[in-house]
Design a protein around this ligand. Structure first.
Ligand code: IK2
Length: 460
């Protein structure tokens, strides 16, 4: 039936459009719109990616009285030098309220080129090898849009920071997953994130002539794994053999513990030319709300990343960039000394990690010792055996049901690890949950109180 005729007849149906009266023009317009909207509104690129774990679990944490160890942000102030740098940026020069250069505030691109040039062993040019972005999220989005094409395959290492899959799909690419798997350890031993490894044969089998990019994340969210030099050499050799770009997300690069060393894959022979390295001032200076990030790489890759930037965001907030530039300038002077934030902060965070390991074990949770990042994953297999019938939707993964139970009954917020897996592999990770330990002492004490109560309830 033609749309016009349908609307005309609907307008005469008593009760449907109003007490036997003829429908008014606004009702007819509304019906017209409803019928005209039978077409799918969202672009096909958005199919299946409308759910977001951060929205869901942040909302849930707000509903209950919880100690929030879920989302990854510090609940304490950034270092004084960074806060002062921001305050000065706001008050000092009124022109800092205006646009700066499109690819980044010049002193920031300059110091980033200088600082990372030394770390990556490259003579970096501030204009062609550095792009400032709205957080690392911005840098990731640009990179996928710039380098991944319809039908290209992108290798993603599972579990993975959740946005890599939707960003691949939005660019028209096809995610190809390969899992980190734990090596067996003796019962009762505290396992380490280093026990989670890629099977070299399986990894090699994922490369095809359509493979355009591989996404690497070290230190790793959620596992806290720091990829060793030899693991990175394997990834690097496969990327070179198959002419594949490496998108290397290194936002937690300063947060490595014990004797671990962070190695940037772009510093390995032959990798600079095919790597985009992504960083975050939010994670670097404990200021996640500033949303300043960057992409570093050779001009042949970054020029395309810049094209996406120029045609979407064009310019990032100036004052936050000024604060980050000055914070890096300060760090440059203190680098390698105990007074450097990049030296002192990991020590504090490592102390928090150890505190958390000890506390979580007291209720029978089994932490997997994190080598780096903000996070530690905890094995809840024993609870999965003991409490298989936790409430939840019939097809809801166990870790998601457990996290909801934990928030409601024990007052602790965590993140289920299955949110970091593709839909077909969620079962492989549903015995794990993630805690964030970059929290102030009083938060960790509040965690201890909840755990003590839990222990007492178990004993009773
Ligand atoms: N890449 C990784 C690996 C990240 O973890 C983040 C930050 N988000 O993490 C929140 C959480 O896991 O709880 C980003 C990129 C994005 O960084 P930015 O905030 O600079 O955009």
């Amino acid at each position: 039936m033609a749309l016009g005729r349908l609307v005309r007849s609907a307008a005469l149906i008593p009760g449907l459009l109003g007490q036997g009266k003829k429908a008014g023009t606004s009702t007819i317009r509304c019906l017209h719109q409803t019928l005209a909207m039978a077409k799918q509104l969202q672009s096909r690129r958005l199919n299946g990616i409308d759910k977001n774990p951060w929205v869901e679990y942040t909302q849930l944490a707000a509903e209950y009285d919880v100690v929030n160890l879920g989302q990854g942000f510090p609940d304490f102030a950034p270092p004084d030098f960074a806060v002062e740098a921001f305050q000065r940026a706001i008050s000092e020069d009124f022109m800092l309220n205006q646009y700066t250069k499109a690819f980044g505030y010049p002193p920031l691109t300059k110091i980033l080129a200088h600082f990372f040039g030394k770390l990556l062993g490259q003579d970096m040019d501030p204009q062609s090898n550095v792009l400032v972005t709205v957080g690392a999220y911005g840098a990731l989005f640009y990179t996928f849009q710039a380098l991944v094409d319809e039908g290209d395959e992108v290798i993603i290492i599972e579990p993975f920071f959740d946005c890599y899959e939707p960003m691949t799909l939005m660019a028209g690419g096809r995610p190809v997953f390969v899992s980190l798997k734990p090596s067996p350890v003796q019962d009762g031993e505290v396992t380490s994130s280093s026990h989670w490894q890629l099977d070299p044969v399986e990894l090699a089998s994922k490369f095809t002539p359509r493979t355009k990019a591989l996404v690497l994340n070290t230190p790793h969210n959620p596992l806290g794994k720091v990829f060793s030099r030899s693991e990175l050499e394997l990834v690097a050799s496969l990327c070179q053999k198959h002419d594949t770009i490496c998108i290397s997300d290194e936002v937690y690069q300063w947060l490595v513990f014990d004797s671990c060393e962070h190695v940037s894959i772009a510093s390995l022979p032959g990798m600079w030319e095919r790597t985009v390295t992504i960083g975050s001032a939010g994670k670097t200076f404990s200021a996640t709300g500033w949303k300043v990030g960057w992409a570093l790489g050779p001009d042949r890759l970054l020029k395309h990343v810049r094209t996406v930037h120029l045609n979407s965001i064009y310019h990032c907030p100036t004052q936050a960039q000024v604060a980050v530039a000055r914070s890096f300038e300060r760090e440059m002077q203190h680098f390698g000394q105990p007074s450097s934030y990049f030296s002192s902060f990991p020590q504090t965070v490592q102390h928090n990690r150890d505190h958390m390991i000890h506390s979580l074990q007291s209720v029978g949770l089994r932490p997997i010792k994190s080598q780096g990042s903000y996070f530690m994953v905890v094995d809840i297999s024993d609870f999965k055996k003991k409490m298989p019938d936790l409430p939840g939707a019939p097809d809801e993964a166990f870790d998601r049901r457990f996290v909801k139970w934990l928030m409601k009954n024990k007052g602790l917020a965590a993140i289920p690890v299955s949110v970091f897996a593709s839909s077909s592999h969620q079962k492989e990770f549903d015995h794990l949950i993630r805690f964030c330990f970059v929290k102030k002492e009083s938060t960790l004490k509040a965690m201890d109180e909840r755990l003590l109560k839990w222990r007492e309830e178990t004993r009773a």
